[in-house]
Design a protein around this ligand. Structure first.
Ligand code: TMP
Ligand code: MG
Length: 289
């Protein structure tokens, strides 16, 4: 049906079920579809030439806006908490308070740095941020077909928006739920706005945004893209969902985590740095037009 589903990076627990979901979505038509995607390590690359690529937070951590001392502390936090994030031997319940701790400590450190709003664009331009190969097709095609794309990220909204703006793909059909910075009247970071979004509370974030999902109630068919098991709840605010196809990037600790990804994502992409498969699915859903 979709030749890319035979790519070596593709794993599916139930290919028959994937086929059924796809057929049902095609039948409903692309005007009933919405896309909900995570950002870091889903729309952006995990690694390039053997080197890890930055998350939204890392773009700031590695920038000249941060003192060396603060950078050290943020690196320490990353080295402590990232292994917990991807530890398959711990339950989500066990990880959740630790992830809140990570985000809270990191945001406190960033706020102490008096980051200036008008320097963010330069920092992003000078960073190693890299969207996955095929991003242009994904964003442009969704725009051309007026399919809404929700980017739902526990990263930093201001940074993420700048990444896609500089890549020329921040089209009007794109909406972002994320952690946004709050600047004082002189443009200096003083806090983060609203409820914190971390890796395991995307369900709560989704439920807070009922108006967005209410506006999209004629689109009960969802294509979900993520790289963490926490991303699976991003669509929990969708009203009267009919079908959902979940595509998950498994970037790291592949052997330990493969089974849990196969159990929860319909299509698992193992160490695949491209958007080839999501794009093939999207083209299929829009009749390859
Ligand atoms: P995502 O929801 O867009 O994937 O963003 C969450 C990622 O951000 C998650 O993989 C952990 C990462 N992160 C950092 O790299 N540094 C930090 O300081 C924090 C709090 C999160
Ligand atoms: Mg992610």
């Amino acid at each position: 049906m979709i030749p890319e589903l035979n790519n070596p990076s593709v794993c599916m627990r139930d290919p028959q079920r994937v086929q059924e979901i796809l057929q049902s979505m095609v039948k409903a038509g692309s005007n009933t579809v919405q896309v909900i995607s995570d950002f870091d390590m889903t729309l952006t690359r995990f690694a390039y030439n053997g080197k890890r690529c930055p998350t939204c937070h890392n773009i700031l951590d590695n920038s000249k806006l941060i003192s060396n001392d603060c950078r050290e502390q943020l690196k320490k936090l990353l080295n402590t908490y990232y292994p917990i994030e991807i530890d398959s031997s711990r339950s989500i319940e066990e990880k959740l308070p630790l992830m809140v701790e990570w985000w809270t400590k990191a945001h406190e450190l960033l706020v102490q740095q008096k980051i200036k709003k008008d320097l963010l664009a330069t920092v992003v331009r000078e960073s190693d941020a890299l969207l996955r190969e095929g991003y242009q097709l994904l964003f442009d095609h969704l725009h051309e077909h007026s399919i809404p794309l929700l980017i739902f990220s526990a990263g930093i909204g201001d940074i993420l928006e700048e990444v896609i703006r500089q890549a020329g793909v921040f089209h009007p059909n794109v909406k972002v739920f994320s952690n946004y910075m709050d600047f004082d009247e002189s443009g200096v970071l003083r806090a983060f706005k609203g409820e914190l979004i971390h890796i395991y509370n995307k369900r709560e974030g989704a439920l807070l945004n009922t108006t967005h999902f209410q506006e999209l109630r004629t689109r009960p068919n969802v294509l979900l893209l993520g790289d963490s098991l926490g991303d699976l709840t991003m669509a929990d605010g969708v009203q009267d969902m009919e079908n959902i196809l979940k595509i998950g990037f498994l970037n790291d600790k592949v052997e330990e985590r493969k089974q849990s990804y196969l159990d929860s994502y319909d299509i698992v992409l193992v160490k695949d740095e491209t958007l080839e498969v999501p794009n093939a699915v999207m083209l299929y859903l829009t009749g390859n037009k």
